[in-house]
Design a protein around this ligand. Structure first.
Ligand code: SAM
Length: 212
């Protein structure tokens, strides 16, 4: 069995309502190609490199349904915590981690929490991974210190974010922004500058990938 640890006193996170739709879209090659000129395999490859780069505890922040990462976490053997604000997304992540039958491995915890107020001691994770999260934050100073605080001194922080780098992607991001779904869209250059000096930074279509 699996359980979701939670101290969150809420009536539901925004992603609760759209968990099923989001889960389908994020795994769709057609959607990712048409909307963002990228591919789900790139998210998996980025996460795989993140997990292979270190040993020790892993934090996946805003893990959502773990669409790109569940199989990687199952294989990694590393102590792992998946955090998300949305219980519905974490339930999907749990089913995926359980591989539609088996239990979630005991070394993997599912925690419903806000990434800006994480209930863990600082510097406890050698890998912090946050896929598709930064574009939700208008002010990265709300997000980055919280993620950096969780990263061990010899650890790495890997994040991806949508950026306005194609005509179609910019239009779509503007629509999502007007609907309140994402923050004001950033270009890759703006994100790069806002992150300071990432050790690695590359862009594929409208998805930027950074290692700090
Ligand atoms: C665009 S989805 C990305 C999910 C997953 N990382 C992926 O790439 O498929 C954004 C996720 O961030 C979560 N989220 C948004 N704000 C959050 C916050 N402040 N704390 C924790 N999770 C948050 C949402 O519930 C949602 O699951």
């Amino acid at each position: 069995m699996w359980r979701i640890e939670s101290d969150v006193q809420d009536a539901g996170a925004p992603y609760d309502r759209r968990a099923a739709v989001y889960d389908r879209l994020v795994r769709s090659r057609v959607y990712n190609r048409l909307a963002w000129s990228t591919a789900p395999s790139e998210y998996e490859a980025f996460a795989a490199r993140a997990l292979a780069a270190r040993t020790g505890p892993v934090l996946e922040a805003a893990a959502g349904s773990a669409a790109a990462t569940a199989a990687l976490h199952r294989r990694s053997g590393r102590p792992t915590v998946l955090v998300d604000l949305s219980r519905a997304m974490l339930e999907r992540a749990a089913r995926r981690l359980a591989d539609d039958g088996d239990d979630v491995p005991e070394r993997i915890r599912l925690v419903q929490a806000d990434v800006t107020a994480l209930p863990f001691p600082p510097a406890g994770f050698t890998t912090v991974l946050a896929l598709g999260l930064a574009h939700l934050f208008a002010d990265l100073d709300e997000l980055m210190p919280a993620l950096r605080a969780q990263t061990a001194p010899d650890g790495e922080l890997h994040l991806s974010s949508l950026v306005a780098e194609t005509t179609r992607g910019r239009r779509y991001l503007d629509v999502l922004h007007r609907a309140g779904e994402v923050a004001t869209p950033r270009t890759a250059d703006e994100l790069h500058a806002a992150l300071g000096a990432p050790a690695d930074f590359h862009v594929s279509g409208c998805m930027a990938f950074a290692v700090l």
